[in-house]
Design a protein around this ligand. Structure first.
Ligand code: DGJ
Length: 687
């Protein structure tokens, strides 16, 4: 039973999830302090715990605050940094009360002198060990009063305290374009460690989450504390370890260092959610906990089967013609694809990456009759129709830019740095988001589009807004503008499904997943490289959201030669798509592909909706009576996970019976086909 309870005498709050507890206390100074995050406790047990007071000497240390503010003898990483008009900085809290209702706690604070209010929000759910945290800042003055704005130098969503245990190991991902979500585990230094994106998107280079363990956790054992920020713009998560034995502190929120903006009298500011989860089942259980949470509380349509998609990008690049797309569509439909996505190159003068972004009408030379005839043919082939868009961008060589050069992020007397020959439209501007909604809404209506792939292919530079009195707000408001257009589109077109993309996985996060259905996690479609990318993505995000295509061999990115079966097997670990140039596939390849798509459709409910277990060179999915294992590498006895030992499973292909007890201990005898890069899909059903 998830709930929130309160012990009045000690002013201790307890949040209870199915398998964990989280406790905080309002201390004698009215400061909210951390008490407990871990195994379940009763309210009485939590209330009896001491508070970590943070003071270790006259050179006081810090730690253990629910929101690490600046002010007094605090010297740690501030989560909230403010400056008032009189030059004073910092916060001295007065506790104003709290509200508890339906798994939610709101702790109301205000500065005892300045007109700054802050409400800390906590939410827990019946079906999850995830604790959602965020805050609202409020300027308590009124627009009519003479109060000055308050300068906000930093406003995180939450600070988390992880109990100091024997060691502190951090798990996170690093990456780059075409090499996203590479998992790294590293001992935390006795220092402040900053994970951040300064790019305006959550980024290829690190994903906004962190896991902490004592150093001994593995896929199936050990205590793990994990934190995930639901934000798609620039962000910062700072971890702090000091040698005095205090809690390990992690504070995080939107925006990167150095951005400042002003909170106006009467104005409120809501942070994104920075959610946390404690698990005693190692990294595997931690990931499954996040997968369940994303399905139950983040995704708009979690229970819908994700279709087998064909995407034309690797086949045709910008060379999009009705004939070329039609030829691909005929073959894609024959293989069993359920949705055909026309990628970049269908609009304006978009015949390369040098022109056209912003001119969202079908290219008049290529599509003199619009997209209608092609859409019609795709539907007649029995597939849905999807279209690529990149609404936040414009090429200087476009009618849009010629008409609205002021719509892009720019600064006076600074060059407008082009990346991929494009500039970023300022989605903090409501005229820009109105324009974007209007053409997107029109396009979706005109062609009854089933699926949009929303791309975003460059980082912010010269992120200014000349004429705006507080331009740095755009770092947050651009992201909010993107969210608002996506939310409006979904409301206006409830059947529309959306894939998030940013030059591959440059914006793969819970903020986007709250308003999309799938993520294009990398432009790297090499099956071998994908194994690591998918492994990193799966740490937090569920398989049903992971678009994965089968493309050509040699792979266009890496030139690696890989058998078709291997390419299929690795892509079957998520939402299968095909992205190869089917016009060049042989009859034998097409036949094999057809069979593989059939296999995928049969295992899809288990892959997309089952529980995922990462094994040694294999991934196991388990739903109800069924187990699916995708394995690669070498012959071995592969130990399965998560089964009830008294059950008996039958191999669907051979009829061989296996006791779950032996599958868990001795393993499933894995005999892979001969040849280069062998792999297999195994299906077991409980007897
Ligand atoms: C980047 C995406 O990740 C690709 O899949 C493709 O859509 C290109 N952009 C198109 O420009």
């Amino acid at each position: 039973m998830s709930q929130v309870s309160f012990d009045e005498p000690t002013r201790t709050f307890l949040l209870t999830t199915p398998a964990s507890s989280y406790a905080l206390r309002i201390d004698a100074d009215d400061n909210p302090r951390h008490v407990h995050w871990g195994a379940p406790l009763t309210l009485g047990q939590a209330a009896a715990l001491p508070t970590h007071d943070g003071v270790t000497s006259s050179f006081a240390s810090t730690g253990g605050e629910e929101l690490a503010v600046e002010g007094g003898a605090r010297f740690g990483v501030p989560a909230l940094l403010v400056r008032y008009a009189d030059g004073a900085r910092g916060v001295e809290w007065a506790y104003e009360g709290h509200d508890i209702a339906e798994g939610r706690l709101h702790v109301r604070l205000r500065d005892h002198h300045h007109p700054l209010g802050c409400t800390l929000h906590y939410a827990v759910h019946e079906d999850s060990d995830v604790v959602e945290r965020s805050l609202t800042l409020r300027h308590l003055g009124t627009a009519e009063s003479a109060d000055a704005p308050i300068e906000i130098l930093r406003c995180d969503a939450a600070s988390w305290s992880v109990p100091a245990v024997s060691g502190v190991r951090l798990s996170h991902t690093v990456g780059e374009w075409s090499g996203e979500t590479q998992l790294r585990r590293t001992e935390a230094p006795y220092a402040e460690t900053v994970f951040t994106s300064r790019r305006g998107v959550s980024g290829h280079y690190g994903n906004p989450w962190l896991m902490v363990d004592a150093g001994g956790a593995d896929e199936s054992h050990g205590e793990v504390w994990s934190m995930v920020l639901a934000w798609s713009g620039s962000w910062r998560i700072t971890a702090q370890r000091d040698h005095t034995g205090g809690p390990f502190t992690v504070t995080g929120g939107a925006g990167h260092d150095g951005l400042t903006w002003r909170l106006l009298p009467g104005e409120s500011h809501e942070t994104p959610v920075f959610a946390g989860q404690f698990s005693r089942g190692g990294f595997g259980a931690t990931s499954r906990g996040w997968h369940r949470y994303v399905a139950a509380h983040v995704l708009p349509c979690p229970d819908e089967v994700r279709p087998v998609i064909y995407n034309s990008w690797e086949a045709t690049g910008w060379d999009v013609t009705p004939e070329g797309q039609r030829a691909l569509a005929v073959r894609a439909a024959d293989l069993g694809a359920e949705l055909f996505v026309v990628d970049d190159g269908w609009f304006g003068q978009r015949t390369s990456d040098r022109a056209g972004l912003g001119d969202w009408h079908p290219n008049p030379e290529r599509f003199p009759h619009g997209l209608g005839p092609l859409v019609e043919e795709i539907r007649q082939l029995g597939m849905g129709f999807g279209l690529w868009v990149e609404p936040e961008m414009t090429n200087p060589d476009s009618d849009l830019y010629r008409e609205h050069p002021d719509w892009v992020l720019h600064m006076p007397h600074r060059r407008r740095t082009e990346l991929r020959h494009q500039l970023v439209l300022n989605f903090a501007r409501t005229d820009v988001t109105e324009w974007a909604f209007k053409w997107l809404d029109g396009l979706v209506s005109t062609y009854a589009i089933d699926y949009l792939k929303w791309d975003m292919n460059r980082a912010f530079t010269e992120a200014g807004w000349p004429g705006h009195p507080d331009a740095e707000r755009l770092w947050t408001d651009h992201t909010r503008g993107v969210y608002s257009v996506l939310d409006r589109l979904r409301r206006a077109h409830p059947d529309l499904r959306i894939e998030g993309c940013a030059g591959g996985g440059g914006r793969a996060d819970l903020g986007m997943l709250a308003r999309t259905d799938q993520t294009w996690i990398s432009d790297n479609t090499d099956a071998d490289d994908r194994i690591a990318i998918q492994h990193g993505y799966s740490q937090i995000y569920p398989a049903r959201t992971m678009s994965a295509w089968v493309t050509d061999s040699p792979n266009p990115h890496t030139a690696r030669i890989t058998p078709l079966s291997h390419r299929f097997h690795i892509a079957m670990a998520g939402a299968l798509g095909i992205g190869g140039d089917l016009s060049r596939w042989t009859e034998a390849e097409l036949t094999e592909a057809r069979e593989m798509v059939g296999v995928y459709k049969e295992i899809r409910p288990v892959v997309q909706f089952g529980e995922q277990f990462r094994l040694d060179d294999a991934v196991q999915y388990h739903a109800g009576d069924r187990v699916v294992v995708i394995a690669w590498g070498r012959d071995r006895d592969l130990r399965l996970a998560g089964l009830s030992p008294t059950d008996v499973y039958v191999d669907d292909a051979t009829g061989t019976e296996h006791h779950a007890a032996t599958l868990l201990t001795h393993g499933l005898p894995l005999r892979l086909p001969a040849g280069e890069r062998p792999s297999a899909v195994l299906r077991l059903t409980r007897r």
